[in-house]
Design a protein around this ligand. Structure first.
Ligand code: FES
Length: 154
């Protein structure tokens, strides 16, 4: 049975036919829509590499069935910059060296954008570290990541 869902992805309305109701949002984004900026790390909700915004809130796309998101607005890393103008969080990650290999960076940035827009981040580094703890970085660039989240709010 084919199901049809409607999503707004990075501001673009899309109607998508799903042959398999078990398709995750992550696989839909990467394999059907070729939005490969969203990364697959663990595929089980442990690393945060797949973080996107759904209706403005952070979500692990590997844990979310696409079929359950009908009618929502999804924002991926590809939807942040406006032309050549980086989003302030993207610019802060560059300025603060908030990455090394870069694999976790899209998820880190989407998580930071979500928590800042939710108004939870504040200016306490410990609090920022706690709020970003769902996003792992194998390179250990946590100091720069925390500084970038703080910088993006200034
Ligand atoms: Fe989704 Fe790791 S790939 S949390």
């Amino acid at each position: 049975m084919t199901l049809s869902i409607s999503l707004t992805i990075n501001g673009q309305p899309k109607t998508i036919a799903l042959d398999d109701p078990r398709v995750t949002l992550l696989d839909l984004l990467r394999e059907r829509l070729y939005l490969t900026g969203t990364k697959k790390g663990c595929d089980r909700g442990q690393c945060g590499a797949c973080t996107v915004l759904v209706d403005g809130r952070r979500m692990n796309s590997c844990l979310s069935l696409a079929v359950s998101l009908n009618g929502t607005e999804v924002t991926t890393i590809e939807g942040l910059a406006e032309g050549d103008d980086l989003h302030p969080v993207q610019a802060a990650f560059i300025e603060c060296d908030g990455f090394q290999c870069g694999y976790c960076t899209p998820g880190q940035i989407m998580s930071a954008v979500g928590l800042i827009s939710e108004g939870h981040a504040g200016d306490d580094p410990e609090r920022v570290r706690e709020l970003m703890s769902g996003n792992l970085c194998r390179c250990g660039a946590y100091q720069g990541i925390t500084e970038a989240v703080l910088e993006a709010q200034r």
